[in-house]
Design a binder for this molecule. Structure first.
Ligand code: CP
Ligand code: NVA
Length: 320
């Protein structure tokens, strides 16, 4: 079982030098726990941190779809760690004129020390990582969002002082964010209850892999249809947009099916009295969450957004 102590470890965190970060599934519970503790240490050190593990290094930040938090968090993190961020938009690269993702990975490996990539297809990120000789960090694909999940567990760890044994409910679309949260629960030993309509529940391949991981930690992932049952007594209620980037063609059907899964004050009232509300953002106010919950006393969504920076530092300092 992954148990988090109160000791603050070295800022640099676990030695994962050269490893790709495509999914939390690839890391042991001890490695994920050490990344969370490292993120916490970076947060506590704040701007006073003298450690510059990326001094003299460059990191390409390649975004093939929009981003506010991930892009800014990684750019600021690279600079704060003493490195040089190289920000790249897909549309202005030769990728847009047909250069393959593999060749892009081979070329970037000659020029920079790591690549953070946000892409539509998870296969594209796997292909880039297979071709690259430098570490590749997944900055979101259609399937997974591991750097978000790391910031999410940092937020829970800060709030509750532990992760093992917590009860978290994820309500809505079984998205990339939901998938990475399944792996986070499995690696960190907490219970995740996912509620959504049958056609938008998390992918079976993710559930079976995460459930297998959870056997080592005492974590659990349950999938339910009823949001009220899923949130009953939990420590945190989490939701994500109903229409993820790349899924716009099914937007109307999604909004209709997900309507009963909006997080409002009535739903939050069924969680534990101390429960927090979480969202990876951007939020679509009035769709998956009401203003009253977003702006209410239980909401930790902006702390969560700020924690993206500390999670990014922990990842970069560990793998580059
Ligand atoms: N949560 C998140 O990844 O936000 P961005 O799309 O703004 O990066
Ligand atoms: N599930 C959302 C997350 C955005 C950060 C999407 O992929 O659009």
């Amino acid at each position: 079982m992954a148990v988090l102590g109160s000791k603050v470890p070295a800022l640099e965190g676990p030695d994962l030098c050269g490893r790709d970060v495509l999914t939390l599934h690839d890391f042991t519970p001890a490695e994920v726990t050490a990344l969370v503790e490292s993120a916490l240490a970076w947060k506590q050190a704040g701007r006073n941190a003298r450690s510059k593990p990326l001094a003299g290094r460059s990191v390409a930040l390649l975004f093939l779809k929009p981003s506010t938090r991930t892009r800014v968090a990684f750019e600021v993190a690279v600079a704060a760690l003493g490195g040089h961020p190289v920000c790249l938009q897909g549309g202005e690269m030769q990728l847009a004129r047909g250069e393959t993702i593999g060749d892009t990975g081979r070329v970037l490996s000659q020029l920079v020390d790591a690549v953070v990539i946000r892409a539509f297809g998870h296969r594209d990120v796997e292909e880039l990582a297979a071709a690259a000789s430098v570490p590749v960090i997944n900055g979101l694909t259609d399937l997974l969002h591991p750097s978000q999940a790391l910031a999410d567990v940092l937020t829970l760890r800060e709030r509750f002082g532990r992760l093992a044994g917590l009860k978290v409910s994820y309500v809505g679309d079984g998205s990339n964010v939901c998938h990475s949260l399944c792996f986070a629960a499995a690696k960190c030993g907490f219970e995740l209850r996912v509620a959504g309509p049958a056609q938008y529940q998390p992918a079976e391949e993710v559930l079976s892999a995460a459930r297998a991981d959870a056997r080592a930690t005492g974590g659990a992932i349950h999938v339910l249809a009823d949001a009220r049952e899923a949130v009953s007594g939990v420590d945190a209620v989490y939701t994500d947009t109903w229409v993820s980037m790349g899924f716009e063609s099914g937007a109307d059907a999604r909004r209709r099916a997900l309507e009963p899964y909006r997080v409002d004050e009535g739903l939050m009232a069924l969680a534990a009295p101390h429960a927090v509300f979480m969202h990876d953002l951007p939020a679509h106010r009035g769709e998956e969450v009401t203003d009253a919950v977003m702006d209410g006393p239980a909401s930790v969504v902006f702390t969560q957004a700020g924690n993206r920076l500390h999670a990014a530092k922990a990842l970069l300092a560990s793998v580059v």
